[in-house]
Design a protein around this ligand. Structure first.
Ligand code: GLC
Length: 398
């Protein structure tokens, strides 16, 4: 079967229907049988070209469980399954999680528009989208520092990345389940103060994460474009202003030694763990062309740190926390590849973009749709029938 056909077959097989009749896609029927925020956006981006109605429905389903304060939850437990009891620990009484995930909604919506040129669905979803980005700006940056904070590593989408070890107060040698237990304790603690950032987050976990903020910047740009299409002038100004403020502040406070570092605390103390977060700002155009060139030369192309035969390591091989099979502690994943690929294309690094596209496609062709890969051996790990491999369809040829 050709790749586009195999991808569509998988996305259809993983498709489920909500009680209200919207369809969404489970990332993997056996391992991840719920709806996740950034996964749904990835599905919508791929489906935009294949089945735009399903892409729109995916976003409708996602936004249908938005909280009254505007937060879009990172998980919706449409069909709780006891086969995955540890996932259920994230569930609130409302049937959703109390936290969010990288805010890719506006990007996905704009991508659907680009394919369909339809504005009716944009108009319908716009108030929810705007409320979500307003939530992030208002609630996750209560002191107007112009950097958005996450309240749990899971909000980054990179659940056990060593980028968060210091902020989470765990040793870099911690086990997978030890780490998960620590994150659950954090959820339980945040539950006691109803996840209200201003009230309780400062004492626990409050990280200004590089990929999350870079993704937000790109999405504010998309939101501004959507607002312009809909002639929502105030919203356009809101999105543009905050996009610029966060971009400026990221460069001002999160940059050192030519790359970006996530930060913790009021002093923006850098969390000095080298991860693919160095490359995420390419997606938001935060590096100057000269800086980007150095980034590619010094970091992207270095086999001793990031570049492996099977793609870009999520953590530098030189980090003591690096584990080639350790979930988000080193392996190759499709989502980071997709973000980096977009950035490389925007900056005109076509050779590197082509290589990333080819390694990604090669992994799917060899292993089918698996979750993550050992950068040293190329071995496939984790979930089966996992949807992120379908993103290679959106990694276009230079
Ligand atoms: C894992 C990933 C997360 C993803 C979820 C569902 O928890 O770390 O990013 O959203 O699976 O695929």
């Amino acid at each position: 079967m050709e790749l586009p056909e195999a991808a569509l077959t998988l996305l259809r097989a993983n498709r489920r229907t909500t009680p209200a009749g919207h369809t969404y896609t489970v990332p993997s029927p056996s391992t991840y049988p719920y709806q996740w925020l950034w996964d749904s956006c990835f599905h919508a981006i791929v489906l935009a070209k294949l089945e735009p109605e399903a892409a729109i429905s995916e976003l409708r389903s996602l936004l249908s469980r938005q909280m009254p304060d505007g937060m879009v939850p990172h998980m919706i437990f449409w069909q709780p399954k006891l086969t995955h009891p540890y996932h259920l620990l994230w569930q609130e009484k409302t049937g959703v999680s109390g936290m969010t995930q990288p805010p890719m909604v506006a990007y996905a919506a704009l991508e659907i528009y680009r394919q369909t040129k339809e504005t009716a669905f944009l108009k319908e979803l716009f108030p929810s989208m705007l409320a979500y980005y307003r939530y992030l700006i208002d609630k996750r940056d209560p002191h107007d520092h112009h950097l958005i904070s996450i309240i749990n590593p899971d909000e980054s989408g990179e659940d056990n990345s060593p980028r968060f070890d210091v902020a989470l107060r765990v040793k870099s040698s911690i086990s997978f389940f030890g780490h998960m237990y620590r994150r659950h304790r954090l959820v339980a603690a945040n539950r006691t103060c109803a996840f209200d950032p201003l009230v309780c987050m400062h004492e626990r976990f409050w990280v200004k994460d590089v990929p999350f903020n870079a993704i937000l910047i790109k999405n504010l740009e998309c939101l501004a474009e959507i607002a312009a299409l809909l002639e929502e002038h105030e919203a356009k100004e809101f999105a543009t202003t905050h996009k610029e403020l966060i971009s400026f502040t990221m460069r001002e406070f999160l940059m050192a030694e030519g790359v970006f570092w996530s930060a913790v605390g009021l002093e923006h103390g850098h969390l000095k763990v080298a991860t693919w977060a160095h490359f995420a700002p390419l997606f938001a155009g935060l590096y100057t062309p000269e800086e980007a060139k150095e980034l590619i030369r010094v970091h992207f192309n270095d086999p001793e740190t990031f570049r492996s035969a099977f793609g870009i390591r999520t953590v530098s091989k030189k980090e003591p926390s690096y584990r080639s099979a350790g979930f988000w502690r080193g392996p190759v994943w499709f989502a980071p590849h997709w973000f980096i690929h977009k950035g490389l294309m925007d900056y005109g690094f076509f050779e590197e973009a082509r290589w990333l596209r080819e390694t990604s496609t090669g992994l799917v062709e060899k292993h089918g749709f698996r979750e993550y890969f050992d950068p040293e051996s190329g071995k496939a790990y984790g979930a089966h029938n996992f949807t992120w491999g379908t993103l290679v369809l959106d990694m276009l040829e230079p």
